[in-house]
Design a protein around this ligand. Structure first.
Ligand code: ZN
Length: 406
């Protein structure tokens, strides 16, 4: 028995007045999910806990069976892993923005005009910075974003952010958040890195060119969200499952890598509205030939929620449903359809509303609930579970669990 876990990011929603007080998932025409629903058990899931608004990374950790309160320190390490950086145990990873400051270190633009080009050249210049006793790795990401890795002995992730969060304010000093020497040392390193970044970036040709074109220069980096890389037992070791990931966004690839999945490179999978839905489904189906467990992630449902665009959310659900047709003919495979959290269009951000979930397969109890949405799923046989319950339930349905007691 194999398993395919499909996550529609931010799928859950609240009733939308303009949709007759239904959710986008209730309104969407989704014949393939409807067909699938006949063969399974449904429920609702608090991915972290009731009343907790989950971030995508901790929610995914929980769904994969890794307690987020134990394993989640911040988003940086997942971004770095998802970008393909070689992250080692003990590395402290920050996300950063390229930003614009004036000569008094006051933030003029927190995103350097959402700089889009030549950030790889800026990162190359940053990589010449040397600070004794620590190895530094700078890597540009999408637009004004990047990651910074600190590698060495005696580092801590318990340090504050330097981004003041608003323009017109001075860059903040990084401070230790506990009384440890490691945090003190790490904060000192971050402050040096920020000062050095201004030194190497302010006269960089990319910025001279930007200034000449009236654009804000990317003359500093503002690190935030320190996180630390810890070693975990991956899917293979822990569950004896060979696992693959099909996702577009770096964060999701990173979480998958963290738990020991092999991340497949699927051309056209972008993690944006324009992603190639069909290519992803085909890649996931192919991966099931070789793998025992495949995680397939779709981001645009969350994007539409964050845009508050309920009609677009309906369209995207319909589009994904169409792409999912090949999974109807999978054999000896459990199919799980769920989400990492709700992103209600009315609030344009994550909420703690539980997400709908269904587990389908030949030997799964059929609970008689037809269709798949937040409301009908709540009447299903799975009841209300937490994210951390999912893997044990799946492993049992795959007959991979051992008896507890005699
Ligand atoms: Zn999410």
């Amino acid at each position: 028995m194999k398993a395919l876990l499909v996550i529609f990011d931010g799928l859950g929603d609240r009733p939308v007045k303009q949709l007759g007080y239904k959710t986008p998932l209730q309104v969407a025409e989704k014949p393939n999910l409807d067909k699938l629903s006949v063969t399974g058990i449904k429920g609702i899931m608090d991915t972290i806990a009731p009343g907790v608004r989950p971030g995508s990374a901790p929610a995914h950790l929980a769904i994969f069976g890794y307690d987020p309160y134990k394993y989640y320190t911040g988003r940086g390490i997942f971004e770095a892993l998802g970008m393909g950086l070689d992250i080692r145990e003990g590395d402290v990873v920050f996300r950063f923005n390229f930003a614009t400051v004036d000569e008094e270190m006051r933030v003029v633009d927190r995103r350097a005009g959402r700089i889009k080009r030549y950030t790889e050249d800026l990162a190359e210049a940053l990589n010449t910075i040397e600070i004794p006793g620590v190895e530094l790795i700078f890597k540009e990401a999408v637009e004004h974003r990047g990651v910074l890795v600190l590698r060495g002995e005696g580092l801590s992730w318990k340090v504050s952010d330097v981004d003041p969060g608003k323009t017109g304010f001075k860059v903040k000093m990084c401070k230790p958040l506990d009384g440890s020497l490691e945090a003190l040392r790490t904060a000192e390193i971050v402050n040096k890195v920020v000062a050095e970044s201004y030194r190497v970036l302010k006269d960089h040709w990319v910025n001279k060119d930007r200034i000449s074109r009236g654009l804000p220069p990317a003359n500093i980096i503002l690190p935030r969200g320190a996180s630390i890389s810890t070693k975990v037992k991956g899917f293979k070791e822990r569950y004896k499952l060979r696992a693959y990931c099909v996702a577009g966004g770096t964060l999701y690839k990173g979480v998958a890598k963290f738990v020991g999945m092999e991340v497949l490179n699927v051309p056209g999978a972008t993690g944006t509205y324009g992603t190639d839905y069909d290519a992803k489904v085909h890649a996931a189906v192919r991966a099931l030939k070789d793998g025992d467990f495949v995680y397939l992630h779709f981001k645009p449902t969350d994007l539409a929620g964050e845009d508050g665009d309920f009609r677009r959310k309906v369209d995207i659900i319909q589009r994904i449903d169409k792409a999912l047709e090949p999974i109807l003919s999978l054999e000896d495979t459990l199919v799980v359809i769920t989400a990492d959290h709700s992103t209600p269009c009315s609030i344009k951000t994550h909420s703690a509303d539980p997400v709908p979930i269904m587990i389908c397969g030949e030997e799964v109890r059929r609970d008689g609930v037809k269709g798949f949405d937040e409301i009908s799923a709540a009447r299903g046989g799975l009841g209300r579970i937490r994210g951390l319950h999912l893997m044990p339930i799946l492993l049992d349905l795959m007959n991979l669990t051992e008896k507890y007691g005699a």
